[in-house]
Design a protein around this ligand. Sequence first.
Ligand SMILES: Cc1cc2nc3c(=O)[nH]c(=O)nc-3n(C[C@H](O)[C@H](O)[C@H](O)COP(=O)(O)OP(=O)(O)OC[C@H]3O[C@@H](n4cnc5c(N)ncnc54)[C@H](O)[C@@H]3O)c2cc1C
Length: 471
Amino acid sequence: MKSLVWFRNDLRVDDNPALRAACSKSEEVHGIYIYSEKQLKFHNEANCKVEFIIQNLKSLERTLNKLNIPLTVISSDGFTEDAEKILNLINERSIKEIHWNNQFGTDEESRDIEVENILINNNINFFSYDAQILFPAGTFKTGEGKPYSVFTPFKKRWIDNFNIDLLDIEYNYTPKEKTKISSNINDFKFRFAKDHSVDMSLWPVGEEEALKRLDNYLDKKIFYYSKDRNEPIIDGTSRLSAYLALGIISPKRCILEALKKNNFELDSGEQGVTKWIDELVWREFYKNIMFSFPRVSKGRPFQEYTNKIKWRFDEGEFKAWKSGNTGFPLIDAAMRQLKNEGWMHNRLRMVVAMFFTKNMLHDWRLGEAFFMQNLIDGDFSSNNGGWQWSSSTGTDAAPYFRIFNPLTQSKNFDADGLFIKKYVDELKNIDKKDIHDPSNEIRSNCKYPAKILDLKESRLRAIDAFNEAKN
Ligand SMILES: Cc1cc2nc3c(=O)[nH]c(=O)nc-3n(C[C@H](O)[C@H](O)[C@H](O)COP(=O)(O)OP(=O)(O)OC[C@H]3O[C@@H](n4cnc5c(N)ncnc54)[C@H](O)[C@@H]3O)c2cc1C
């Protein structure tokens, strides 16, 4: 039998349920990937992320080639064309069934329904699998039969239901029968125009590199995660997010290998390991939120009352924030890290997002979009969850009156100013006692900008805006 695997957000061979099912059922297996520049733009995918997708597709093609599985890349104008494109390929090659792994998001879900309908009408069998999270989305419900909207009880249910059999992911692939079809990736016109300044050497391409990164991280750093994860100058987190976001590595592989370092204990033993797994559960939590509350993927807040907030907009402040010139050194260092690396440390994502939505009182949707347009690890559900948490519009959100002070955050988490010095060149020779909030004289000597706003006033303005929306 001939099967087709439709690769989407799962650019890997390891722990890929769709690929595994096709390989175990069929003698001949083909792969397809639908590339749409227009769709990627529409979803605000970062230019660096698109480059990463293309390079990882090339790497996937080489791996699949060893298994005699050709990968065909097809261009499309957007999701609405996918159903026809798939059916055409199935008919051309007399394929009997198609397998894919589920994606999250309302556009993706509507696209899949169109694909399923066309396949049903043409008597083609299709099979879909969950590869992005451990438990199918929507599995857990509260005592009242509602989806969880608070992380801690969700995590408890997740842990209570965890069973090591869920991590039964080992599979020995053997080469399939050779086909007459060859992969087209080397001739495919991606028409990619690079317009980012991210140092791509930080993001080595391919599944093997992702697995190596996991291995290196689990070797030592994970044991210090609880302590090191909050200081941006320390390389204390895994930096696996870009690989998880594109499915170059699977969450099950990450959890399985981490558990091996902790006698398979999920909520006891090594604190670093359990804390790290917690973060992977946050990832699953936000995917569940997107699944159970589709409004959040349509630009709407989780907390409906926050629709009434009167957000400000100031072009100059927006530009200063985006370019890392707000006059708040930690914020500027973080925004420059984003430009240089396509990635930002988690603590700083919270600090800059809170500054944007509270002190600047700008609409969280603008910040959310800017992050997606610049992050190599852009993941709609985690990004949306992070922005809505920081702006107090989301589930489990920070109470609106608890607003991070960026100067205190700077002193607490970058005490010696080393992170600031690394990214804000103008301040690289400034003493640690001055670096968090340089005097006017230092700013003028270093050509470092004045602060765009007053922290105290802007904090009160934000609280007023939330109070007004609430009443
Ligand atoms: C405003 C804001 C926007 C964010 N946008 C994204 C995004 O677009 N893509 C993204 O993957 N993460 C996002 N996050 C979550 C988090 O910042 C990143 O996952 C993390 O910094 C990635 O670095 P790491 O791989 O070294 O993480 P580690 O600390 O090593 O954590 C391991 C993995 O757990 C997951 N994870 C960690 N923290 C979180 C979290 N708070 N929420 C959900 N998953 C988490 C990630 O997949 C990560 O790779 C955002 C957070 C905030 C506050």
